[in-house]
Design a protein around this ligand. Structure first.
Ligand SMILES: [Fe+2]
Length: 280
């Protein structure tokens, strides 16, 4: 289900193989959600790093940025240093904080990251702000002599490197959820949550009055409800539900013992959920 013609009112389940790729900052990039898919301030894309490739260190003057390591391992730049990252790691870079990612030379696997950005309306809007900028000292940062620091998160206001296994626990919907990136980690424009569906479990149809929701099938197989029915979701597919569009996710059961694990990005963060969870 990759019909993007009515995304703003009906949402969509976006299948990456149906989308065209382009090159951005040195890596093959597959746009999934952008302005012409019905959102004005949200972007989601897949960034593919072949062995030895670097997504240049850069800043977004008016956008926050989240990277999720979907496959492989490599290194992520945040603030002023490179950090080792692997599958499930999440890099949150607020506006103005330098960041980048790279796969190691000699690696035998592609490093694949899902990337969400919010705030492009400012960049492309009446304010006429400067475009995203590659860092001027990228060549120095990309040399093998770079110091690889331990994966210790910097203060939240300068961004954070964390993992989908970490974060504030919420079980109010009957299964484990983790608030991984959210206002308590310094993110005020968007949030990233993990949700586990054991066999047969559903996050039933719902809509968010103030937030858009982008739900990635991170591991396993399941189904996504989008506007008018349930559709299959395979690993890597993305359900886009703009504000007010009914959506849900579920494990279809049927003897599949593997959990269906989703990563959802909300724009803006869903404060009603945090209130229900007792964190606010
Ligand atoms: Fe939702």
């Amino acid at each position: 289900m990759t019909d993007l013609s009515k995304t703003a009112t009906k949402g969509a389940i976006i299948i990456p193989a149906a989308m065209e790729s382009e090159e951005v900052f040195g890596c093959r990039t597959t746009p999934l959600v952008k302005m012409d898919t019905g959102t004005t301030s949200i972007k989601c894309q897949i960034i593919h790093h072949e062995p030895g490739q670097t997504l240049a260190v850069h800043i977004h003057p008016h956008s926050d940025d989240i990277m999720l390591v979907f496959q492989g391992c490599g290194e992520a730049f945040l603030g002023d240093a490179w950090f080792e990252v692997g599958e499930g790691d999440v890099i949150f870079a607020p506006e103005g904080i330098r960041h980048g990612t790279r796969n190691r030379t000699g690696s035998d696997r592609e490093l694949v990251c899902y990337n969400w950005q919010v705030g492009m309306a400012l960049r492309n809007g009446a304010l006429g702000a400067a475009p995203d900028q590659a860092s001027e000292d990228q060549s120095r940062l990309a040399t093998p002599a770079d110091c690889l620091k331990e994966k210790t998160p910097p203060p939240a206001s300068e961004g954070i490197i964390t993992n989908v296994e970490q974060g504030a626990l919420f079980t109010g919907y009957g299964a484990e959820m983790r608030f991984v990136v959210w206002p308590k980690t310094g993110s005020h424009k968007m949030s990233l949550h993990k949700a586990i569906h054991p066999p047969g479990m559903a996050f039933r149809e719902h809509s968010h009055p103030a937030s858009a929701d982008m739900v990635l099938a991170f591991r396993g197989r399941g189904e996504g409800y989008c506007f008018d029915g349930w559709y299959p979701m395979n690993q890597g597919d993305l359900l886009l539900a703009p504000r007010g569009v009914t959506h849900g996710t579920r494990h279809p059961g049927g003897g599949d013992p593997e959990p269906f694990i989703c990563v959802g990005v909300g724009v803006p963060p869903q404060l009603d959920l945090y209130r229900a969870a007792g964190y606010l």
